[in-house]
Design a protein around this ligand. Sequence first.
Ligand SMILES: C[S@@+](CC[C@H](N)C(=O)[O-])C[C@H]1O[C@@H](n2cnc3c(N)ncnc32)[C@H](O)[C@@H]1O
Length: 229
Amino acid sequence: MTSSLFSPQVSTVLEHIAFEQQRVDEIEQPKLLEKIRRRATPWTPEELVAACAGGYYAAPAAIGRMLYTCVRAIRPQTVFEFGTSYGFTAIHIAAALRDNGSGTLYTVDLHAGKCAAARDNLKAAGLDEHAEVVTGEAVDVMSSFSLPIDFLYLDGWADFYLDVLRAAEPRLRSGALVHADDTEKFAAAARPYLDHVRDPANGYVSLGITDGQGLELSTYTGPSEQDAS
Ligand SMILES: C[S@@+](CC[C@H](N)C(=O)[O-])C[C@H]1O[C@@H](n2cnc3c(N)ncnc32)[C@H](O)[C@@H]1O
C-alpha cells in the first residue's frame, strides 16, 4: 500500500502550505525574531500568538516525515499536538492515523483564523475525520483533556512547553513519546523544558537532535495513571 502522504489529495495540500509558508515567512519571520529579541519581559500566550499571527511557521518537511513514521510505528490511539498553525504537521500525523486504521489527533491553537484554515486544509486533504482542531490556549485545553496520551508533539512556542507538559503528565501513558520542536532556535525559552525532560528523576529518557532548529525526543518512562485505560 502506498502511503496517504503521496496521494495527490494530500500532497497537493502539503505543497500549497509549504509554498505559502516560504512566501509569507520570508517577510514575517525576521519581524517576529526582532520582536522576540527586543522583548525584555515574559510573553503572555495571547501576546505571543498575536506577535506571530501573520506567519505560517510550519515545521520543515523532514519533521513532517518523522511524525508520519513515528505514528505509523507506535500506532497511537491519541496524539496531542500543541501548535496547529495551518495544519502542515497535523496533516502528516492524520495521514499516518488514517493509514494505521485508527487513532485521533487533537491539535490546539489559540489563533482562531489559523484553526479555521487548518480545518479547511485537513478537509481538503480528506483527513478531517482523523483530526480535531481545538481553538484555545494550550495549557487550558490540556488541563481539561481527559484521554490517555500516546504521543505528545510540542510545536507551539517554547515558552509554554513545560507548562503544557506538566498539564499533560497525568494523561501520559508509560512509554508515551514526547517530541518538542525548535528547542535550539528558541534555546532560552526552551531551557526550563529541557532541564525537566533531561533530568531522569522526572521520568524521561531524552535526547536532543541538532537539525538547525533543535528537536528534543523524549520517552516518558515514569509511572502512569493511564495504563489501565
Ligand atoms: C510553529 S507554529 C505551529 C506549526 C505547525 N505545527 C506546523 O508545522 O504547521 C506555532 C503555533 O502555536 C500557536 N501557539 C503559540 N502559543 C500558543 C498557546 N499558548 N496556546 C495555543 N496555541 C499557541 C501559534 O498561534 C502558532 O500558530
